[in-house]
Design a protein around this ligand. Structure first.
Ligand SMILES: Nc1ncnc2c1ncn2[C@@H]1O[C@H](COP(=O)(O)OP(=O)(O)OP(=O)(O)O)[C@@H](O)[C@H]1O
Length: 288
């Protein structure tokens, strides 16, 4: 049975506040690997390095675009190695949150602390078409063993022997495998995935789920996984959050026996709870 957890965390200071230990440190971000860009630093940022025991620690995060408040005093803590799925209606601010945590959006108020090393995987693999697979994976890596690490990462995602292939020769699923290899070769403490399997067919998706689970067991990053697919969230995550009106309206531990099966009554109960929270429980059965 899924346990419903509602956290009552104290909202910390806003950016620029002077209270020791809680204000946002405006350091630059480095170590974020996104679509072949190994360094996301630049300008001031509201993302500071890892704080305490958490891979992510956010308090009172607010992000508005003009009059539209997208994130409205949001709190979030993610433990090292924890796999957290983020659900929310379209436009609820899931990608905005990942952009802030990745260090790509600095126009925020609140306390935002994230692991120093973090990688992001998007729905599109975003490989550099003029580079072969190995240099795509090792882009930005330093050290004499970069090539070796890149080859090992490609082997881990089942693409051994494809090091010299060009991105254009890959299927969608293979390209996402390379994106995962590129993200994990840096051994990030925090791995963020924004609908990474959203463009893949159902069978490829199932294989990617198994691959991601294997990779996470081996590397143990904290994971923030954005998806629209409730079943995917329940299959993969330790915990599922629903973003509604700028905050998490539901924070629920996934207590479904492994291997998780959609036919398990506990799976079904959690699906019902999440669909209700997303406001889609009144749709006909066939649309679920
Ligand atoms: N750079 C921007 N300028 C203006 N508005 C923006 C910008 N980025 C995001 N928004 C708005 O913020 C809201 C949240 O967008 P976001 O992409 O984070 O939602 P989402 O939950 O990821 O949506 P989806 O599930 O459809 O991908 C949307 O209304 C969007 O139009």
């Amino acid at each position: 049975m899924a346990t419903r957890l509602r956290r009552n965390l104290t909202t910390a200071s806003v950016a620029g506040a002077s209270e020791a230990g809680t204000s946002v440190s405006r350091t630059s971000v480095s170590g974020t690997s996104v679509s072949g860009t190994s360094d996301a630093s630049g300008g001031g940022t509201a993302v500071a390095d890892r704080f305490g025991d958490a891979a992510v620690r956010v308090r009172g995060l607010r992000r508005a675009f003009g009059d539209q408040v997208v994130l409205d005093g949001l709190d979030l803590t993610v433990a090292p190695g924890e796999f957290v799925a983020l659900l929310g209606r379209s436009g609820s601010g899931k990608s905005t949150l990942l952009r802030v945590l990745g260090g790509f959006d600095h126009e925020v108020d609140g306390q935002v602390l994230a692991a120093r090393s973090r990688s992001v995987v998007f729905q599109e693999a975003r490989l550099l078409p003029w580079r072969r697979l190995l240099p795509n994976v090792t882009l930005g890596l330093t050290g004499r063993d970069a090539g070796e690490r890149g080859r090992a990462a490609l082997a881990e995602v089942g693409l051994s022997g494809r090091e010299r292939s060009w991105p254009v020769t890959l299927s969608g699923g293979e390209a996402q495998r390379v994106a995962l290899a590129r993200a994990l070769v840096r051994e990030p403490e925090l791995l963020m995935l924004d609908e990474p399997f959203g463009a893949l067919d159902a069978l490829t998706r199932i294989r990617m789920h198994a691959l991601l689970q294997r990779l996470c067991r081996r590397h143990r990053p904290a994971v923030l996984f954005v998806t629209h697919d409730v079943d995917e969230a329940i299959l993969l995550a330790d915990r599922v959050l629903v973003l509604t009106a700028g905050r998490f309206s539901l924070d629920v531990a996934v207590d479904v026996a492994s291997p998780r099966r959609r036919t398990d009554p506990a799976f079904d109960r959690l699906r019902t709870l999440l669909l209700a929270e997303l406001g889609v429980d009144d749709l006909p059965e066939s649309t679920h």
